[in-house]
Design a protein around this ligand. Structure first.
Ligand SMILES: *[C@@H]1O[C@H](CO)[C@@H](O)[C@H](O)[C@H]1NC(C)=O
Ligand SMILES: *[C@@H]1O[C@H](CO)[C@@H](O)[C@H](O)[C@H]1NC(C)=O
Ligand SMILES: *[C@@H]1O[C@H](CO)[C@@H](O)[C@H](O)[C@H]1NC(C)=O
Ligand SMILES: *[C@@H]1O[C@H](CO)[C@@H](O)[C@H](O)[C@H]1NC(C)=O
Ligand SMILES: *[C@@H]1O[C@H](CO)[C@@H](O)[C@H](O)[C@H]1NC(C)=O
Ligand SMILES: *[C@@H]1O[C@H](CO)[C@@H](O)[C@H](O)[C@H]1NC(C)=O
Ligand SMILES: *[C@@H]1O[C@H](CO)[C@@H](O)[C@H](O)[C@H]1NC(C)=O
Ligand SMILES: *[C@@H]1O[C@H](CO)[C@@H](O)[C@H](O)[C@H]1NC(C)=O
Ligand SMILES: *[C@@H]1O[C@H](CO)[C@@H](O)[C@H](O)[C@H]1NC(C)=O
Length: 440
């Protein structure tokens, strides 16, 4: 009869319900035509599973149940463990299990002569956490050249947490140049007040950063970031696209430019390259740095054409030079000497480094500096560097400027200079006439 009673316990342990891991999963112990015996499986911590069943009545067991045998194993493992409990028991807690792990379990009842056939396997997953500690929010990582600045907002469970942990795992990459270098892995414990942590000394690589809160009992869920250290600061910035040069004097040129558009690389300063047009002599090339978008280049030669280019400098890296712009310094200043009451001797020095051979000079003069240039009197000269302008009005202020032309075309005019023509002095004129007469 004992055999019969064990056969009676060839029950099917089948999954009945329980969509939520937090709730007990109910299983039905259905025993052929006999009454059902509800068995529940639940976890109150990530490392335990509690089974509960209803005692079989002597009538149903047809013999005294002296013990129960519970068998269990992790789903992905072959090892099956078993425990036996007394026949008077109706519940048992399996301990020291793996969190967040699916187990299969079955139960068999035994009488004095042995165990019956076990129930079918039931499945149950242990809790991932004791009491879910939520992940920190707003995990952000600012990637720099060899560092990551990891910032986060506290876990919603901040009041119960003891602190934060951060791990940084170097990811596998296809880049075979790394050879078989072991992958880096850090895990760092941080104080509860910590809101950021800077990971430094990281080679340029792909990383996975995790941040999670922990309590005395457990670790919370992690916020995860995947990315790589930054290369952008190593990228050279683009050169300025718009560059304007304007001669400021016979020895200086203003150079102004605009920041390159469509560039996300931070520019620290600019380098300006300045050289006489067409020079092949490196010692004539000069470099100047500016942290603003303009520079007044000085110590230049008068009436000389210069080539200018601008380069943007980022952190630790210089970009390429822009295309060149050209500008010619102004001519040397004019010398104006009023000779008599109606003429002026205009003289000048030829440019030291002309932009080609001078073909002509142009002298413009006017009594009104505000008049447009084309209305000024225009005297053209070939390569002689002085000229006497006659027929001027005595007692009048005149304005002069000088330009030079080469086969390349006309250069800019010099700054304006002025001269006052003396008043006509009748006695002096008479004296000259007298003198002339005397000399005859
Ligand atoms: C079952 O019997 C054992 C041994 O007599 C006893 O120690 C235990 O407390 C009993 N359990 C229950 C639930 O009565
Ligand atoms: C639990 O395990 C599943 C896979 O079985 C995994 O996707 C999940 O991230 C794990 N949860 C925790 C909190 O580790
Ligand atoms: C990292 O980020 C935090 C928060 O934004 C900031 O206070 C800190 O200065 C940053 N450190 C560095 C080195 O960028
Ligand atoms: C953590 O916070 C979530 C959401 O506020 C809550 O559901 C959960 O029970 C909290 N866990 C603990 C251990 O307080
Ligand atoms: C040269 O630059 C100075 C300073 O900006 C300015 O005052 C002066 O007018 C400029 N001269 C010319 C000819 O542009
Ligand atoms: C280059 O310029 C320097 C400075 O003006 C001068 O001393 C040198 O002789 C020049 N070299 C050549 C090859 O022209
Ligand atoms: C320009 O920036 C670079 C960094 O790119 C720095 O080394 C250099 O000292 C700066 N020069 C000036 C004149 O500020
Ligand atoms: C100089 O020229 C300007 C512009 O043509 C004119 O407005 C002004 O009256 C002139 N001045 C004299 C003193 O003629
Ligand atoms: C002055 O005359 C020269 C030669 O005829 C000419 O090239 C130049 O354009 C003239 N300049 C003005 C301002 O009229």
């Amino acid at each position: 009869m004992a055999v019969e009673s064990t056969i009676y316990l060839l029950c099917l342990l089948s999954l009945f319900c329980g969509p939520s891991r937090q709730k007990a999963i109910s299983l039905e112990l259905s025993c052929g035509a006999g009454p059902s015996h509800v068995l529940s499986i639940a976890s109150s911590s990530p490392t335990d599973i509690r089974l509960m069943w209803q005692p079989l009545s002597t009538q149903h067991s047809r013999g005294a149940v002296t013990r129960y045998r519970i068998e269990y194993s992790a789903m992905d493992q072959d090892n099956i463990y078993s425990v036996e409990v007394g026949g008077n028991e109706t519940q048992f807690t399996l301990r020291e299990l793996q969190p967040n792990q699916t187990y299969r379990l079955r139960i068999a009842a035994g009488t004095g002569i042995g165990f019956g056939v076990s129930s079918e396997w039931a499945q149950h997953q242990t809790l991932a956490n004791y009491n879910q500690i939520f992940a920190p929010t707003e995990l952000k990582v600012r990637a720099k050249v060899s560092s990551l600045n990891v910032t986060w907002h506290p876990s919603p469970n901040h009041t119960v947490v003891s602190g934060y942990k951060l791990s940084c795992q170097e990811m596998e990459s296809d880049d075979t140049s790394n050879g078989h270098r072991p992958l880096l892995m850090h895990t760092i414990r941080l104080r509860k007040k910590a809101r950021y942590h800077i990971l430094t000394g990281l080679p340029d690589h792909q990383y996975e950063v995790r941040v999670w809160a922990f309590t005395k009992q457990t670790d919370g869920a992690a916020a995860v970031w995947k990315g790589r250290t930054d290369k952008t600061h190593n990228r050279p910035p683009l050169p300025p696209s718009i560059i304007q040069a304007l001669a400021n004097s016979s020895t200086s040129i203003w150079l102004r430019w605009e920041k390159p558009r469509f560039s996300n690389v931070r520019i620290i300063n600019y380098t300006v390259r300045c050289s006489p047009f067409g020079t092949t002599n490196a010692s004539l090339v000069s470099y100047h740095t500016s942290s603003v978008q303009e520079i007044l280049l000085g110590d230049l030669k008068p009436f000389t054409r210069y080539e200018l280019a601008v380069q943007s400098n980022g952190v630790d890296v210089a970009g390429p030079f822009s295309s060149t712009v050209q500008e010619t310094t102004l001519s040397d200043e004019l010398q104006l000497n009023a000779l008599y009451t109606s003429s002026v001797l205009v003289s000048w020095r030829p440019p030291l480094q002309p932009n080609g051979i001078i073909t002509s000079y142009t002298i413009l003069y006017s009594t009104n500096m505000s008049q447009p240039e084309h209305t000024w009197n225009n005297v053209s000269q070939d390569t002689i560097t002085s000229v006497e302008i006659r027929g001027l009005t005595s007692g009048t202020q005149y304005f002069f400027k000088l330009g030079a032309s080469t086969e390349m075309g006309p250069g800019p005019y010099s700054p304006v200079k002025d001269v006052n023509i003396p008043y006509l002095d009748i006695p002096t004129v008479t004296g000259i006439i007298v003198g002339v007469c005397l000399g005859l």
